[in-house]
Design a binder for this molecule. Sequence first.
Ligand code: SF4
Length: 320
Amino acid sequence: MKALVKAERLSKYFPVGGLLRPRGYVKAVDNVDLEIYEGETLGLVGETGSGKTTLGRLILRLIEPTSGKIYFDGADVTKLSGKELATFRRKAQIIFQDPYMSLNPRFTVYQTLLEVIKVHKLPIQDPEEHIGKMLELVGLERSHLHRYPHEFSGGQRQRIAILRALILEPKFLVLDEPTSALDVSVQAQILNMLKDLQRRLGLTYLFISHDIGAVRYMSNRIAVMYMGKIVEIGPVDAVIKEPLHPYTQALISALPVPDPKIARSKKTVLLQGEPPSPINPPAGCRFHPRCPYFIKGKCDVEEPQLKEVKSGHYVACHLY
Ligand code: SF4
């Protein structure tokens, strides 16, 4: 499988207490290695503050990394500038959580999309005709062309935000909690549409969410983040049915199970305490203060590295 996106030892540290004399650094993303294969959806899960959104923005170079490399289609993204950077910005797009915040309330759908065409100097002869046709791609109608964002429902606004990305003919989309601001009834429609668009347009997705059910539905593989590190990554069914890392086990066991028989037989792993301070993370395994299987003298000393335990299934834990 060809990797469309590759991160190598990617880190982002945010200074705390002023840029000139920082008191310390929040290690939001710390030495992450990751590959996203062409045509797949990689789900990225973890608690709030685990670094998943920062990782998504780093991959798109919306923020500059502290260290490490990002490759897109073989090119080193950290070195791009000028025309090459502009091309990358077209090919790799992001869909945000709140479509209302990401659309200009004073622009109609047509004005919003025309702006994108102009900024990126797309060679489109008849923009109105082109945009009209593309509206159908996201389940909207030509009659919506000259309406403003406030005239649409939340789901329709997210469709417009998705279309704004698609008009650039991207290859890769970071979907950052794309349905969490929407009503439950609309969420499934948007997820189904994203799946359909992926199949029709050959897109590759990084799907960031705290909703493991949605991630399971959307993804081919899942990566689990904890305090800036990827602690487990593997095929979706393997990670959901046989989670290896104690943190993943806790996340999965917190999921509601519809069948009471299965629920009774399900092993429950309860997390102890709160996540530690990201400014001064624990030595060794960052999860050790909360881990029920903590091995004294090892887990608090030695940082576990990701290793392949089963085919394509990697975990960073001293138990394996
Ligand atoms: Fe728990 Fe040790 Fe594994 Fe960390 S390395 S998850 S503390 S058993």
